[in-house]
Ligand binder design. Structure first.
Ligand code: NAD
Length: 477
């Protein structure tokens, strides 16, 4: 049975209760995790405070950075093991799981190297004064992460927090917490002191809610759904602490009629089927200028009809989705599209011989989608691409901005002026021009506007989010 990780030790829940871990591949139980609750969260927060008062709090930025870099190396040394665990827990194809573990290591490498590069500064002030602005840790930081990229989300959230000297308490998603637990064990092996990294497993409404309301935490990084994001922000408000919310998306591609379709079509296809569409930045809306709409749909339909879905070991384009609720959600939206007479332009296929109780869904290209229809407005979180057409640049921009979300977008055009105008007019935290990559690189600031959330992770901006300043005004005469 998997265990939680508190104060450097692998432990069961205080209550002794457990939750089943089901495989997305066949719906069967393959492990247990502790069902942590208030008592376990209390212990984890205490352990984190003790770490700040002890060995972890006394470390220099250089020492913290070295530990993070060692953890990056350790993750690479355990690459195959972690990738297997991740694929087993989430159902991802092995190629995706392997790529995710490389990115996990990259977070520790990047923020390890950055730990001693964030400096305070000195402000010229009145005669007789010396004013210094110090950069300091926030204290105990809480990290509530989702199931779609458990390893990557762990690295993205805790690496900058640790680099800045915070002690972290992580609540991974109940559907996927095996890789975060293993990474915490590896962190102990490379020398992270007890309490610097704590992982509490359990249900969102129990362990997650207790953690976000805990008076002992000083910051929350939440990645997940909008509904829970609102609860987390309310909890943070009650304790008057800052939170970063990384929420959902309905990211558009705006494709103009001078686009290089040979380049665009495979990238756009990949952008919605990667991780079986369970990506916050999935390019799930396709907004195409009328003149090339028929040709683009024909080319995309060809690509979609070749998409194959299978088990992680088959290593095809898509795996199963993570759980039954997610499978039902994708099927619900496909049924809504059918009810409204939205044409299915192409679908992928399931490999033969898949276990009957696995959570498989069929990748689908929908054409002529009315912009206000739920398949064009809601985050489906599955491999479903909603395509529609537009005439003018203004209309393309208007459609791109016509959902509640603003996480990521792409503009496709060879016209330099248009690239600039449209990328500036689109409301999103990241805009690609003639390209698309889920969330961009570790180095690139990332986060949403509108209902996609607020605050920034990745890049150097995460180091600022996960630290605070103290201005010291010294009168020396
Ligand atoms: P979710 O909101 O259901 O769960 C996310 C985490 O919150 C889990 O750890 C869960 O246990 C916890 N949780 C649930 N209820 C809670 C509560 N009452 N209080 C505190 N914590 C609670 O989201 P999910 O279904 O796991 O993930 C899918 C969502 O995450 C999608 O909307 C997706 O867009 C979003 N997401 C966003 C990003 C981003 O960077 N913007 C990245 C990945 C996923």
């Amino acid at each position: 049975m998997a265990k939680m990780f508190i104060h450097g030790e692998s432990v069961n829940a205080v209550s002794g209760q457990v939750l089943d871990v089901l495989s997305p591949v066949d719906g069967q139980k393959f492990d247990d995790i502790p069902r942590g609750d208030k008592a376990d969260v209390d212990l984890a927060v205490q352990a984190a405070h003790a770490a700040l008062d002890g060995a972890w709090g006394k470390m220099t930025a250089l020492e913290r950075g070295r530990l993070l870099m060692k953890l990056g190396e350790k993750v690479l040394a355990h690459h195959a093991e972690l990738a297997q665990l991740e694929a087993r827990d989430t159902g991802k194809p092995m190629a995706t799981a392997n790529a995710d573990i490389t990115v996990l290591a990259r977070y520790f490498e990047f923020y390890g190297a950055a730990a001693d590069k964030i400096h305070g500064h000195v402000i010229p002030f009145l005669n007789g004064y010396n004013v210094t602005v110090l950069r300091e840790p926030l204290g105990v930081t809480a990290h509530i992460i989702p199931w779609n990229y458990p390893a990557q989300m762990l690295g993205r959230s805790i690496a900058p927090a640790l680099a800045m000297g915070n002690a972290v308490v992580v609540k991974p998603a109940e559907d996927a917490c095996l890789s975060p637990i293993r990474v915490a064990e590896l962190a102990r092996e490379v020398g992270f002191p007890p309490g610097a990294i704590n992982i509490v497993t359990g249900l969102g409404e129990e362990a997650g809610a207790h953690l976000s309301q805990h008076p002992g935490i000083n910051f929350i990084s939440f990645t997940g759904s909008n509904e829970v994001g609102v609860l987390v922000q309310q909890a943070a408000a009650k304790n008057v602490i800052k939170c970063v919310l990384e929420l959902g998306g309905k990211s558009p591609h705006v494709v103009f009629d001078d686009t290089d379709l040979d380049r665009a079509v495979p990238i756009i296809t990949r952008g919605i089927i990667a991780n079986t569409g369970q990506t916050c930045t999935a390019g799930s809306r396709l907004i195409v200028q009328k003149r090339i709409y028929p040709e683009m749909m024909e080319r995309l339909a060809k690509q979609f009809s070749q998409i194959k879905v299978g088990t992680p070991e088959m290593d095809l384009d898509c795996g199963p989705v993570v759980n039954l609720a997610q499978q039902q959600r994708v099927r619900h939206y496909l049924a809504e599209a059918q009810k409204s007479g939205i044409p299915v332009l192409a679908q992928g296929s399931l490999a033969s011989g898949l276990p009957a109780d696995g959570y498989y869904v069929t990748p689908t290209l929908l054409g002529d989608v009315p912009p206000q229809h739920c398949v064009a407005q809601d985050e489906i979180f599955g491999p479903v691409l909603a395509a529609m057409s537009f005439d003018t640049e203004e209309e393309g921009i208007r459609l791109a901005n016509s959902t509640a979300y603003g996480l990521m977008a792409a503009v496709w055009s060879e016209n330099g002026g248009r690239q600039q105008r449209v990328s500036k007019a689109i409301k999103a935290g990241q805009v690609y021009i003639n390209g698309f990559g889920a969330g961009g690189g570790v180095e690139l600031p990332f986060g949403g506007v509108k209902r996609s959330g607020h605050g920034r992770e990745k890049g150097f901006m995460a180091l600022e989010e996960m630290s605070t300043t103290k201005t010291v005004i010294n009168y020396h005469g």
